[in-house]
Design a protein around this ligand. Structure first.
Ligand SMILES: [Fe+2]
Length: 368
């Protein structure tokens, strides 16, 4: 699909144009919007009626989406503007999709209903440089405590507003963790069994964008923030094609056991996985073969600015060191829980075969 990118230049002139032909807009936003004074000033002066919806949490619930759809319909909105991190964008994506389905969605009805593509106009403004949700056909919501992955091409936003100012007030830990999420998306996409020439090109651009903007972004410069937004978006485009791999499959339990942010947990895993994969290319399950995998891992090293995979893996480890992120300490019972937590189906995108013993070994390298 064709997605256009707009900027916040000239006091959000392009956003104002988007609003100009809308009847009523549902604004789906998280708490980050309160820090965006210039955007708020603009929205106050836009004459198109706006209905705000922010009654959802991180790791959003399906029931919050149901509530959002109810509001969208009751207020007779005709379009959606999402402002926030991955959860806000995922909620907005699901509201767009489910507004188009019959019924009121109670008891998880829409999760079981055949999806109709939705053409509700949808503009998204990410306020973190990490998830890349604005570029993907995936959204995650929780129903009865169970994670639901929803996939639809039709809920990818038509327009993305990238404003470096939106990252200005991001706390340092969140800043680091979201960047790591973007970097891990790009890396895992690069070695995924689903990679294509196109996805690899997006991954390379994302990795180079992360490296080039690393210092500026951590020092909260406009150029660094703008560059990192683009890099995270490119990484989103890459995983939109390939999905993520073992690093992501293994990182969720680290987050739930130790409370690390998602991107922090992802880089904990990928920094170890990269070098482990180099030693285990004989267990390649990518149909393109072991030589292709070795070549891909070397190309990844080059994308990271190194001459080969070995140095690339060292570079990834050094990026992790530089960020001064903690390494959780796990007990024997937690290691037991971790090794049984990884859904083998989710490892199918990973190019090297992983059995329970390898997963256990890796968790012992990843954690202390
Ligand atoms: Fe992620």
């Amino acid at each position: 699909m064709n997605q256009s990118i707009i900027s916040a230049d000239n006091n959000f002139i392009e956003l104002e144009r988007w609003f100009s032909n809308k009847r009523k807009v549902l604004l789906v936003c998280d708490s980050s919007i309160k820090f965006l004074s210039e955007l708020n000033n603009k929205l106050e002066n836009i004459t198109t009626p706006i209905v705000k919806f922010s009654n959802f949490q991180p790791n959003p619930l399906y029931d919050s989406v149901v509530e959002g759809v109810k509001l969208f319909r009751a207020e007779q909105c005709d379009s959606i503007f999402a402002v926030g991190g991955g959860s806000a964008l995922d909620v907005a994506k699901c509201i767009k999709l489910y507004s188009n389905l019959p019924g009121d969605g109670t008891d998880g009805f829409w999760l079981k209903t055949q999806i109709n593509p939705s053409d509700i106009p949808f503009l998204a403004m990410p306020t973190t440089a990490g998830t890349g949700s604005e570029a993907t056909r995936y959204a995650v919501v929780y129903f009865d405590g169970v994670k639901q992955s929803i996939t639809s091409e039709s809920f990818i936003p038509d327009i993305v507003l990238m404003d470096p100012n939106s990252l200005k007030t991001l706390p340092l830990y969140q800043r680091k963790a979201t960047m790591c999420d973007a970097l891990c998306h790009a890396i895992e996409s690069f070695w995924s069994v689903n990679s294509t020439e196109e996805s690899k090109a997006y991954s390379k651009q994302a990795i180079q964008g992360v490296l080039e903007n690393f210092d500026g972004y951590l020092n909260n410069t406009d150029a660094g923030n703008g560059g990192m937004l683009k890099a995270a978006h490119m990484a989103g485009k890459a995983i939109n094609i390939t999905q993520t791999t073992a690093g992501h499959a293994m990182c969720y339990k680290i987050t739930s056991l130790f409370g690390c942010a998602h991107g922090h947990a992802a880089i904990l895993c990928d920094r170890i996985l990269y070098s482990w994969m180099l030693q285990n290319t004989n267990k390649c399950i990518d149909s393109r073969g072991e030589d292709y995998l070795v070549n891909t891992l070397n190309e990844l090293g080059q994308a990271l600015g190194c001459s080969d995979a070995l140095l690339g893996a060292e570079k990834l480890a050094s990026i992790f060191e530089k960020l001064d992120l903690s390494i959780p300490v796990a007990s024997d019972s937690q290691y037991e829980e971790l090794k049984n937590s990884v859904n083998p189906v989710r490892l199918k995108n990973h190019p090297v075969f992983l059995d329970v013993d390898s997963i256990d070994y890796l968790y012992h390298q990843i954690l202390k």
